[in-house]
Design a protein around this ligand. Structure first.
Ligand code: GTP
Length: 432
């Protein structure tokens, strides 16, 4: 996931993949200062990502070490264990992999010490396997503990559930989401299945692979973090995500949609800002399987970038969007909108078209309920038969860990139901 994302960031910030800025950056500007939230300048006048790439086994990290980004990172920014875990939430930071956790925390501490004003941390992880679920959320917990005032923003990828999916995925998903409920300030949920579907259903995309998905993820993360990296107004700091999107009840999970998602084979058509924004609720623009026709929105924000001016997102567009979405009635105004003039860009190997503008929407919505209740159901099915439980117990889990995590996730599903019910009752009252 990180390879196309960092390559895209480099391109957007006019950097080569060895960290040189072309042309060299002028004296500090607001923009160059914003960029330095994610890139740090080295003594040699180059830039490198303020990032750590970590896995308990070396396949994915070796691909980065030998891939296009090999000169972007220095060796201590890429950590891998010696492999062979049980793929469990607990195994990825216990026993033989304890050193991966310790080493990661050590590198992060040193990076944090080089920051002049540390805001917080972003975590990018998929939670079907052991590393992304267990080590990812454990790192988040440790960081919150060590950097008390820090904010976090996480990007969490759920696997594509298949009838033959391994049981450990069902357990890892549940345990990781439970941890995120406790320690995350704002988590954007992605589903591999939903993103693969987008590529599969559009005949102009010739393939539907994990590489394609990773390009889409990179575009989405780029859109969400534009305001941070280019001195924006709506979400210039990590704390703004929680402030604007996680209101009441305190549920940190948000869904995201992105537009345009179009193949470079299709057309060079430019979509107007209104067209882009009004297409955000449609199913083909959702990066998780969200149904905005039934979901109730607790908070929403739109971020548009490129060739867009404030009057492009006038009352008409906001009203149009409000008709396509159902907000709970304690959200008085429509979605918040933020602009940034930095145009989107694309990588040469990306299948995605990128015009002069793009838009993304983040929603804290009960539309996520079916995803979470599906995860609880899948867990119940496997746990009821104690399928694969042994490998988790071997890695130090106790049955109560699962019971508690399940309880928390079911409570979350219950909270969503309650919100939906309240909105339906309000609507019935209004109709009478
Ligand atoms: N979007 C996306 N998902 C991925 C990618 N690689 C793996 N996944 C998903 O992430 C989940 C876990 O994959 P693993 O590679 O086993 O994850 P891990 O976190 O390294 O876990 P362990 O190998 O068990 O320690 C699976 O459901 C995959 O579908 C990727 O490059 N992109």
């Amino acid at each position: 996931m990180s390879d196309p994302m960092w390559r895209l960031f480099c391109r957007e910030h006019e950097m080569t993949l060895n960290g040189s800025h072309t042309p060299p950056l002028p004296i500090p500007t607001l923009e160059s200062e914003a960029m330095q939230k994610v890139f740090e300048e080295t003594n040699l006048g180059k830039y490198r990502p303020r990032a750590l790439l970590v896995d308990v086994e070396p396949t994915a990290t070796d691909a980065i070490r030998s891939g296009q980004c090999r000169d972007l990172f220095v060796s201590d920014q890429i950590i891998s264990g010696t492999g062979s875990t049980n793929n469990t939430f607990f195994g990825s930071f216990g026993g033989v992999n304890h050193s991966v956790l310790e080493e990661s925390l050590n590198v992060i501490r040193k990076m944090a010490e080089r920051c002049s004003n540390l805001e917080g941390f972003m975590l990018f992880h998929a939670i079907g396997g052991g590393t992304g679920s267990g080590l990812g959320t454990r790192l988040l917990e440790e960081l919150l503990d060590r950097f008390e005032k820090s904010q976090n923003l996480t990007f969490c990828v759920l696997p594509s559930p298949q009838p033959q999916s391994p049981s450990f995925e069902a357990y890892n998903n549940l345990l990781a989401l439970n941890s995120l409920l406790n320690v995350s300030h704002d988590t954007t949920i992605y589903e591999n299945a939903a993103m693969l579907d987008i590529f599969e259903k559009d005949p102009f995309f010739y393939t539907s692979t994990m590489d394609d998905v990773n390009h889409l993820l990179a575009q989405s993360v780029s859109a969400i973090t534009t305001q941070i990296r280019f001195d924006g107004t709506l979400f210039p700091t990590l704390a703004d995500f929680q402030t604007n999107l996680v209101l009441y009840p305190l549920i940190p999970f948000v869904s995201t949609s992105f537009a345009p998602i179009s193949s470079i084979q299709r057309t060079c058509q430019q979509y107007s800002p209104a067209e882009l924004i009004l297409s955000l609720p449609t199913s083909t623009n959702q990066l998780a399987n969200i149904n905005h026709k039934t979901g109730k929105i607790l908070a929403a924000s739109i971020m548009a970038r490129g060739d867009v001016v404030p009057r492009d997102i006038g009352q008409g567009v906001v009203m149009g969007l409000r008709k396509l979405l159902t907000f709970v009635d304690w959200v008085p105004a429509g979605p918040k909108c933020g602009l940034n003039y930095q145009p989107p860009t694309r990588l040469p190997d990306s299948p995605l078209y990128s015009g002069q503008r793009s838009a993304c929407m983040l929603t804290n919505t009960t539309g996520l309920r079916p995803i979470f209740s599906g995860i609880v159901e899948k867990f119940d099915e496997k746990f009821g038969r104690k399928e694969d439980l042994g490998r988790f117990l071997d890695d130090g889990a106790e049955e109560t860990d699962f019971v508690e995590a399940r309880e928390c996730l079911s409570r979350l599903v219950g909270d969503y139901c309650e919100v939906e019910q309240e909105v339906s009752e309000e609507k019935e009252l209004q109709d009478e």
